[in-house]
Design a protein around this ligand. Structure first.
Ligand code: FES
Ligand code: FES
Length: 153
């Protein structure tokens, strides 16, 4: 089936099979490999994207479900050649090791701060509880979120 959607503000379309995930279509057919495929079963959050502004795991959404909808991936956060403040904060805080979890964490953090510009420690931990990182121990990730929230990346 033909799936037509908007990705990061641009029209996009691909032929997909009925069971194909949005993550697969984004990475393999539409040229947006930023969202990572680590578990493909909704456990790790590395594939986090916004679907019509709502945070979702792209591995759990069918490409067909995104037909006619708006998707924002990590590639869509940077604007005009400038890093998104959350991306900048992750860099400055040293919150990236292998980087596999980073795109999902950046999207989830941007989503959190768009709803709660000054989240509490508990709100940060709750908001990122669906994003697993095997490398950092999370402290620098939480520091990056605090930096982005404080506007001091
Ligand atoms: S790849 Fe989607 S949640 Fe892990
Ligand atoms: S930096 Fe490696 S999984 Fe998070």
């Amino acid at each position: 089936m033909r799936v037509a959607l908007r990705v990061n503000g641009r029209e996009a379309a691909a032929d997909c099979w009925e069971g194909e995930s949005l993550l697969y279509a984004l990475r393999e057919k539409l040229g947006y490999p930023g969202s990572k495929n680590a578990c493909e079963q909704g456990e790790c959050g590395s594939c986090s994207v916004l679907l019509d502004g709502a945070l979702v795991c792209a591995c759990l959404v069918l490409a067909a479900q995104a037909d006619g909808h708006e998707v924002t991936t990590v590639e869509g956060l940077a604007a005009g050649g400038e890093l998104h403040p959350v991306q900048e904060a992750f860099l400055r805080a040293g919150a990236v090791q292998c980087g596999f979890c980073t795109p999902g964490l950046v999207v989830a953090t941007a989503d959190l701060l768009s709803h709660h510009p000054h989240p509490s420690e508990g709100e940060i931990r709750e908001a990122l509880s669906g994003n697993l990182c095997r490398c950092t121990g999370y402290e620098k990730i939480f520091a990056a979120v605090r930096m982005a929230a404080a506007g001091t990346p």
